[in-house]
Design a protein around this ligand. Structure first.
Ligand SMILES: [Zn+2]
Length: 96
């Protein structure tokens, strides 16, 4: 079965149309962009939230009366680990 050569609705080039009126290149690009973009945004949101917690903990550093220095660094380490996990997840998404 021969493929249709037509103007791709995305790049406007005369190309082989794979599906949805898109050439292979644009179809791949849109697939890459569509899903991971929302996942990327979710990661960015999570990263921002955990970074904020880290900031807040830094601000609270002087109130060892409430939170001991040990506990504070314990919580910080957990948050830092979480941030690293988010970073790893995000770079994995960029690869795929
Ligand atoms: Zn195209």
């Amino acid at each position: 079965m021969g493929r249709t050569i037509a103007k791709c609705i995305q790049c406007r080039q005369e190309r082989e149309i794979v599906s949805f009126g898109l050439c292979a290149m644009c179809l791949m690009a849109s697939r890459r962009a569509a899903e991971p973009l929302s996942a990327q945004r979710e990661c960015n949101r999570m990263r921002a939230r955990f970074s904020r917690i880290l900031e807040l903990l830094d601000d609270a550093d002087t109130t060892h009366v409430v939170l001991s220095a040990e506990d504070c660094s314990l919580v910080k380490n957990i948050i830092i680990r979480t941030l690293e996990l988010i970073g790893r997840r995000q770079s994995k998404q960029l690869e795929s």
